[in-house]
Design a protein around this ligand. Structure first.
Ligand code: 5AD
Ligand code: FES
Length: 348
């Protein structure tokens, strides 16, 4: 086994065996990283040209009933400032976003009991009614199949639910016992069955993560075949049990973006805010390693800093219009172009 052959196989067959993935990740040379980057960038170019899709992220609630050890919004964090947007505030974010060229709105929040199915379906319906040419993506955690179905019937197009780590034992070291890897994965398959364009994903460099865990994350993606995948480096938050853990590495995150692009040529793959947080050019590098989506923040400025998943999150002080200008310039700077488009999975 050698890495050149494995990279070749990833590029042409879009797959690799578990032991090959582990070997590759354990023995990466600079020239391997470069080969992966080139192949992934070429694959993304073939699929999407120089077009980059944008998603307007609306962080609708910082309230969460969960207690994930890595996340600043965990319920045990007494220092977290909790807020909820009203339906009117959410609609007004969409109005601003639409004018700025967004055709996908991502409603993301903690698992907040206030946003019942009745409340959420009403919000989804009013967005779809006001902006029938837009996609609505939800990212609201585990709500169960019955809830997902109601949201789907209300018109939601996509759902993001990172699997966080495919390995049950690793998952148990990142979450309290009330949360289970099997349940998370079951809900992801339910989302796909219900016809959502479904997004999974994981953090790179989360505490206790091994290369075998990462290989299993990649293999989980191969089983699920999600339309989207969000990955970014773990970044410690000062008010969590993982405050003293090191952040995930830029290089490994970039390499995994490339591997995911090669294994899933058409996947919608964001260069995440977390990637932009650990390096000033992180999102640009993400695009150059095969990502094709960016997700600027449309949340009301007064709440930005309170949606604090990890420390030093970027763009918390910038208004949406400034962010989109900034990102457009950044993408132009590396030869890419932000487009006004729903940016659906190419198969649809
Ligand atoms: N560092 C990086 N990513 C994080 N997330 C939550 N906390 C952190 C952190 N400390 C990610 C999780 C979650 C998504 C919304 O943000 O993967 O699914
Ligand atoms: Fe927000 Fe650059 S993308 S300021």
């Amino acid at each position: 086994m050698n890495n050149q052959d494995i990279i070749q196989k990833l590029t042409t067959e879009h797959t690799a065996a578990r032991d090959e993935l582990i070997f590759l990740l354990d023995n990466l040379t600079d020239s391997d990283r470069e080969a992966l980057r080139k192949a992934a960038q070429a694959t993304a170019r073939t699929q999407f040209g120089n077009r980059i899709f944008i998603r307007g992220l609306i962080e609708l609630s910082s309230v969460c009933k969960n207690d994930c050890y890595y996340c600043g919004l965990r319920r045990s964090n007494q220092n977290a400032v909790r807020y909820r947007l009203t339906p009117e505030q959410i609609l007004s974010c969409c109005e601003q976003g639409y004018a700025l060229g967004f055709r996908t709105f991502v409603l993301q929040g903690g698992e907040d009991g206030y946003f019942t199915d009745a409340v959420m379906t009403a919000i989804v319906r009013s967005i779809k009614q006001a902006y029938p040419d837009c996609a609505v993506t939800l990212s609201l955690g585990e709500r169960g199949e019955a809830s997902f179905q109601r949201l789907r019937e209300a018109g939601a197009d996509r759902y993001l639910l990172r699997h966080e780590t495919a390995d049950a034992a690793h998952y148990a070291r990142l979450h309290p016992a009330t949360m289970r890897a099997e349940e998370r994965q079951r809900q992801l398959f339910a989302l796909k069955r219900l016809g959502f364009q479904t997004g999974a994903g994981f953090m790179v460099g989360s505490p206790y993560q091994t290369t075998a865990n990462l290989a299993d994350d990649l293999l989980f993606l191969q089983r699920l075949q999600p339309q989207m995948c969000g990955i970014g480096p773990f970044i410690p938050h000062k008010d969590t049990p993982f405050r003293d853990r090191p952040a995930g590495s830029l290089e490994l995150t970039l390499t995994l973006l490339s591997v995911i692009r090669l294994m899933h040529p058409q996947i919608l793959l964001p260069a995440t805010t977390a990637l932009g947080t650990i390096h000033p050019k992180g999102r640009e590098m993400g695009i150059l390693h095969g990502a094709n989506v960016v997700m600027p923040n449309l949340s009301p400025e007064e709440h930005r800093k309170d949606y604090s998943l990890y420390d030093n999150k970027i763009c918390t002080g910038d208004e949406a219009a400034a962010c989109i200008r900034c990102l457009a310039a950044r993408m132009r700077g590396i030869g890419y172009q932000i487009v006004t488009d729903r940016g659906d999975y190419p198969d649809r």
